[in-house]
Design a protein around this ligand. Structure first.
Ligand SMILES: [Zn+2]
Length: 297
């Protein structure tokens, strides 16, 4: 056990040194691929760089521990946000290698070792490097969530669904007015993870890019990014929900619509209850929304 901890500690120090070297060499922004290769922060032609020679057996991991990840910029632009990023699992024609790289990236999460995310700037060909932590992985979504915090945050807190639910928390004016995806796309990941299902909860849309994480207590009213304050809705049903055309009754989890408004059928709603979902939104959030809906003008 002592040995295992020593190698983990050694690897952590090695990564800190790599980061310092990158900064000394003029990084971490607008760095050439050659410099990353030289430092072995990133290497090779794939999206995930494990540096097996150095990381195999760190913490006893057979597949090694991911060191670098390359984000090619344009394709998944939505996945980059201020304090983190979504990174998609590799899906190449080499399944065994994909699985090994996914395991190595999960090992970085398990051992709380930092990874280096290189984001390609397509116009200059240079890369911006972020030191990140693999905060979570979600096999159903085939995604990792990375955070750029200086130190890894206490994830116990984030993942403990028994913790007290807070319906509202102060939001800055900026948060209330900025575009949803710019604000915090990590919310979508957290909400998808909470429900464990990639599907609109009111219809059969399953295309990830058409699905939104809707706030139940909305951001305008200081609704929090707690995943239990979220629902996965397709773009249409998100709009209908925000327009108060529909509401979910707390307790029964049945969907209600206003008799003066379009019917479920007209709205393309095929699921009129969320009672069968294995995870639920928080009752306090539903209640807040329900009261507003009942008393709407
Ligand atoms: Zn829908």
């Amino acid at each position: 056990m002592a040995n295992r901890l020593e190698t983990l500690e050694g690897e952590r120090e090695r990564r800190e040194e790599l980061w310092m070297k990158l900064i000394e060499a003029g990084g971490p922004s607008s760095v050439s691929a050659a410099l990353l290769n030289e430092l072995k922060l990133f290497y090779g032609g794939r999206g995930i760089w494990v540096d097996k020679a150095k990381t195999q057996n760190v913490g006893g991991s057979r597949d090694g521990v991911t060191v670098g990840l390359l984000h090619s910029g344009a394709i998944y632009e939505d996945d980059l946000f201020e304090d983190g990023a979504i990174y998609h699992y590799p899906t190449t024609e080499v399944p065994g290698r994909d699985a090994s790289e996914i395991a190595a990236t999960k090992a970085a999460q398990e051992f709380a070792l930092p990874v280096f995310l290189s984001i390609l700037n397509r116009s200059t060909g240079l890369r911006d490097v972020k030191r990140a932590w693999v905060e979570s992985s979600e096999d159903a979504l085939k995604q990792f969530k990375l955070t750029y915090a200086e130190r890894r945050q206490d994830q116990e807190y984030k993942q403990d669904s028994r913790r007290d639910f807070v319906v509202t928390a102060p939001r800055t004016k900026e948060e209330k007015t900025t575009n949803r995806s710019k604000r915090h796309p990590g919310f979508k990941f957290d909400v998808l993870r909470h429900y464990g299902d990639v599907s609109c909860c009111l219809c059969d849309v399953r295309a990830l890019r058409l699905l939104d994480a809707a706030h139940i207590v909305d951001v305008q009213h200081n609704g929090t990014d707690d995943p239990r304050n979220g629902l996965i809705l397709c773009a249409n049903h998100h709009r209908a929900y925000d327009a108060q055309m529909i509401a979910i009754e707390p307790g029964s989890y049945h969907l209600k619509c206003d008799p003066k408004q379009p019917s479920f059928d007209e709205l393309g709603i095929t699921k009129t209850s969320i009672a069968s979902l294995s995870a639920k939104p928080h009752d306090d959030a539903l209640f807040w929304r329900w009261e507003r809906w009942k008393h709407k003008g």
